[in-house]
Design a protein around this ligand. Structure first.
Ligand code: PLP
Length: 382
């Protein structure tokens, strides 16, 4: 139960175990083409251009930055934590003049603050982290994408810990690039950088005055490949990770079979169950009210308990993640609840956390967390 890599469905893992075909074999061409079509449905972006490339989420961030900014362009980064800092580094590397708009720990800047900041300079691009995996704080992507449109800036959203879990509607919200990685809510083992670009983003790319500085990320090289597979033709620039693409096709099929609305609802339910349980056990959350993500929960250790809690919880059968945000790293932990997770998984996790807290000598009413999680579930069912 960590915020990625998550635990994967057996059918997804079985797809990875199939014999590797040629990347130009007719059945793989069909499989890759279908996966790209399904990406548009999962991102709710029917007119978007999908890219699926071997690499991690950081490559998807690199792709967005290297293709969409030119030296001297002004970029505003909505900074909500660890991965927003990475955006600052990447955009700076490609020569952008980057300004970072920050918020207190556990919060994110609001759409109003972003609108005011965008009015101050002639920004070409707004970069947002949908869910900062270091704090569990979610940003108002919809409001920010609207503010970017008004200001004539492109919006790029890092959805690595959000896409296919947190509510997101790329076309309706007017987001120009949504990017993610396979190992989080998309529910495929690590190794795929995934990105959907709007027609506006491709127009900006086509109007570049300077070449893309990164060779491997360059859309001039990747666009013909993605278009070919979408048209069910084989094409080659760099060998696609055949088995991962096969797994992606299975997972996206499962996601669409559940339905995006049902999936958003389930993730919200898992999150509310988990957060209610932590509250009932007396644990404070890093994310402030109004900013809580649906895909993960990040509680502070209670008084007298430290990171050794995670070892005790592990002995009770559940793996959790430690802190990531440098300012509070040793004071909190993280619980991922995304992808195939069920309400039963959350209840099991809360039970294991109670066992761990007891082993760590923390005093609380046994079962209080489990009862709170169950209470949310039964309320929802009623
Ligand atoms: C995990 C994560 C990343 C980095 O993804 P990698 O696959 O590790 O490169 C970037 N942004 C967010 C929000 C993440 O959660």
């Amino acid at each position: 139960m960590i915020p990625g890599p998550i635990e994967f469905e057996p059918a997804v893992l079985a797809a990875m175990a199939q014999p590797t075909t040629s990347h130009v074999a007719p059945d793989f061409v069909e499989c890759f083409g279908r996966a790209l079509d399904q990406m548009r449905e999962v991102f709710l972006c029917p007119d978007g251009q999908p890219f699926a490339v071997a690499g991690s989420g950081t490559l998807a961030m690199d792709m967005a930055a290297s293709n969409l900014v030119e030296p001297g362009d002004r970029v505003l980064v909505v900074n909500s934590g660890y991965f927003s800092d990475r955006f600052v580094d990447i955009f700076t590397r490609y020569g952008a003049k980057v300004k970072s708009l920050s918020a207190p720990l556990g919060e994110a800047p609001t759409a109003e603050q972003v609108r005011a900041a965008l009015a101050k300079e002639d920004y070409r691009l707004l970069a947002v982290t949908h869910v900062d995996t270091s704090t569990g704080a979610a940003t108002d992507v919809r409001g920010m994408a609207a503010a970017a449109r008004e200001a004539g800036a492109l919006s790029v959203v890092d959805g690595v810990c959000a896409t296919a879990g947190e509510e997101m509607r790329q076309s309706d919200w007017g987001v120009d690039v949504y990017l993610t990685a396979s190992q989080k809510a998309i529910s495929v083992p690590p190794g795929l950088a995934l990105l959907v670009a709007s027609p506006r983003a491709l127009e900006r790319f086509r109007g570049r005055r300077t070449p893309v500085a990164s060779y491997y990320s360059d859309w001039s090289l990747w666009l013909p490949i993605m278009e070919a597979y979408q048209e069910r033709r084989a094409a080659y620039f760099a060998t696609p990770p055949v088995n991962l693409v096969a797994a992606l096709e299975v997972s996206l099929g499962q996601i669409l079979a559940e339905g995006m609305e049902a999936r958003f609802r389930r993730h919200r339910l898992l999150s509310e169950m988990c957060k209610a349980a932590m509250g009932a056990l007396g644990l404070q959350l890093v994310a402030k009210p109004g900013f809580e993500a649906a895909t993960l929960t990040a509680p502070y250790y209670p008084a007298g308990v430290d990171a050794s809690l995670l070892g005790h919880v592990g002995k009770a059968g559940v793996i959790l993640a430690g802190g990531l945000h440098p300012e509070i790293k040793s004071r909190y932990f993280r619980i991922g609840h995304m992808g195939p997770n069920t309400p039963g998984d959350v209840i099991t996790t809360v039970g294991a956390i109670e066992s761990g807290l007891a082993a760590a000598g923390y005093r609380f009413e046994p079962g209080a967390g489990v009862a709170a999680a169950q209470g949310v579930l039964l309320d929802r069912a009623a």
